[in-house]
Design a protein around this ligand. Structure first.
Ligand code: AMP
Ligand code: ZN
Length: 112
């Protein structure tokens, strides 16, 4: 989608610090890190949110999580948190599906 910032990152039309790239997914450092390690893993294809995952494209969910797991292993994270914010009420600000990989510190539960 032309106006989507994450589509532009996926197409390398705007710069980002890419940490992993595969056929269908790309992962890059979050501009405003909320933990010592904060990576965003996105599909190259524009999907708005988890609500827009359907039978036709659901394989992407496993690919995002597999990429997150590989990055966490590379970074030798002891543990980590994966977050998908869905819709504005849950904190979604960029409406291109993304998985936050957060690590390098302890996380509270419940998250608040
Ligand atoms: P969310 O609030 O779940 O939609 O997450 C969007 C995330 O994208 C936020 O953590 C932002 O800091 C991050 N972000 C926005 N623009 C960029 C960018 N150009 N490069 C890297 N991260 C970005
Ligand atoms: Zn997009």
């Amino acid at each position: 989608m032309d106006s989507c910032i994450f589509c532009k990152i996926a197409k390398k039309e705007i710069p980002s610090e890419i940490v992993l790239e595969k056929d269908e997914v790309i992962a890059f450092k979050d501009l405003s890190p909320q933990a010592p390690f904060h990576i965003l893993i996105i599909p190259k294809l524009h999907i708005k949110s988890t609500q827009d995952i359907s039978d036709a494209n659901s394989s992407i969910a496993g690919k995002l999580i597999l990429a997150a797991s590989e990055i966490a292993k590379d970074l030798k994270l002891e543990g980590y948190r994966l977050v998908f914010n869905c819709n504005e009420i849950a904190g979604q600000t960029v409406f291109h599906l993304h998985c936050h990989l957060l690590g390098g510190r302890r996380f509270a539960w419940p998250p608040g």
